[in-house]
Design a protein around this ligand. Structure first.
Ligand SMILES: Cc1cc2nc3c(=O)[nH]c(=O)nc-3n(C[C@H](O)[C@H](O)[C@H](O)COP(=O)(O)OP(=O)(O)OC[C@H]3O[C@@H](n4cnc5c(N)ncnc54)[C@H](O)[C@@H]3O)c2cc1C
Length: 372
């Protein structure tokens, strides 16, 4: 089997996504893009063969994310959230849930998303957990109450993978059908960019989750226990690099014939190459193989996406500032990386850099300090 990114099917998908981006109005749920993804087998890549998946390696998936991020960021983003939900199910010891959901996810009959930020990067300063989980011994399960602040494509998903906190502080993750009684998906929010992802909050009002739907826990720090694809995962850096790469490619096309300005891209392109090799040298499970930590890679990928988009916009001058120009969209989309699934050390280090702090502390050092 050829590597995923090198396969003809994948190359055709990238071509189709670029075509859709260039020829159709960029509004509303990206149904055409997701259909193209499904036809290219995109829902099977991450799942093992025993569940009708293709069992692609983590490096193949990262490479695919990077290329998708450059061709259609919204499609790549929705896929990462869906794949994160799949990963939590696949990593579960709950065989009933795995056998029920994974084959249906592989063939696209069931769609899924994830709402876990309240256990990682959102609402961490609040005293009360965003979602409580209380054991119901009679019905053999848990009752969930609260609000999950962020879930991409929640209304479009059949299955919501989310979590709650028990009175003793332990946490659980569960796969909850969206149509379950008490699940209330809020309206999708209008965003600076990527509104097409139809991201929203959803409420859980006395939602009963039977033990058959519990994927992990209750256990302390369930996100660590169920590891993989969490905040700051390499997938987020892959998307940032994909966005950066596309800005650099389009900026180079803009600057063709303007020899005096072409050198502007040299250092950005060099940084792009360094970060791409660091990304592909590492996977979720062997990040020690990387030349930099996952946090540091994310910080640099964020800044590269932002800078590359801004250099592109600047080179297009006023024309690029007009709403609908691809460079203005790239600038808005690059801001997404400042806020999405960003671990606190990455946020702190990035803000120091943007604020012009003379000797910003690297994400590596901040990471080490917060983990002491
Ligand atoms: C477009 C988009 C899509 C997303 N999709 C998903 C998804 O599908 N699944 C998912 O799980 N997550 C998703 N997220 C969530 C994301 O990964 C982050 O968790 C989220 O962006 C963190 O922002 P927050 O406003 O919720 O953070 P919070 O930390 O909750 O901040 C909320 C507010 O509280 C303030 N605040 C923060 N800390 C303090 C403090 N110490 N004291 C006082 N005030 C404070 C902040 O300034 C802010 O105004 C998405 C986010 C975005 C923007």
């Amino acid at each position: 089997m050829s590597s995923l990114a090198a396969s003809e099917r994948f190359q055709n998908l990238i071509r189709d996504l670029r075509l859709i981006r260039n020829t159709s109005e960029q509004s509303g749920w990206p149904a055409a893009e997701l259909d193209a993804l499904k036809s290219a087998g995109g829902y099977r890549w991450n799942l093992p063969a025993e569940f009708q998946g293709e069992g692609r390696t983590p490096v193949e998936i990262l490479e695919a994310y990077q290329m998708l991020g450059g061709a259609s960021l919204v499609t790549a983003f929705i896929l990462t959230q869906r794949n994160a939900a799949c990963q939590r199910i696949e990593n579960s010891r709950n065989e009933i849930a795995r056998r029920l959901w994974l084959p249906q996810l592989a063939d696209g009959a069931v769609t899924a998303t994830i709402g876990i930020s309240h256990l990682t990067t959102s609402r961490q300063h609040l005293a009360q957990p965003a979602v409580s989980a209380v054991r119901d011994p009679v019905r053999q399960g848990f009752v969930l109450n609260g609000t999950v602040p962020w879930a991409t494509g929640a209304e479009r998903s059949d299955l919501l993978v989310t979590g709650g906190t028990c009175p003793d502080g332990t946490q659980l993750l569960a796969a909850i059908p969206r149509r379950e009684e008490g699940v209330e998906v809020g309206p999708s929010v209008v965003l600076l960019a990527l509104s097409r992802s139809e991201t929203s909050a959803f409420g859980l009002r006395n939602v009963f989750v039977s033990d058959e739907h519990v994927l992990h826990g209750p256990v302390e720090r369930v996100m660590t226990a169920s590891a993989g694809g969490g905040a700051g995962s390499l997938a987020t850096s892959a998307l940032a690099l994909g966005a950066a790469g596309d800005s650099l490619r389009q900026c180079a096309a803009e600057l063709l014939g303007r020899d005096a300005q072409m050198f502007l891209l040299d250092s950005l392109q060099a940084e792009y190459r360094i970060l791409t090799s660091a990304l592909l040298a590492g996977t979720e499970s062997c990040s020690q193989a990387m030349s930099m930590s996952a946090d540091e890679l994310r910080r640099r990928a964020n800044l590269l996406a932002i800078r590359a988009a801004q250099v592109w916009l600047g080179s297009t001058k006023g024309a690029g500032f007009v709403s609908g120009h691809p460079a203005e969209r790239a600038v808005r989309e690059s801001m997404f990386f400042l806020v999405w699934s960003c671990p606190q050390p990455v946020v702190d280090s990035t803000l120091q850099e943007l604020a012009g702090v003379s000797r910003p502390i690297s994400a590596d050092k901040l990471h080490a300090a917060t983990n002491m």
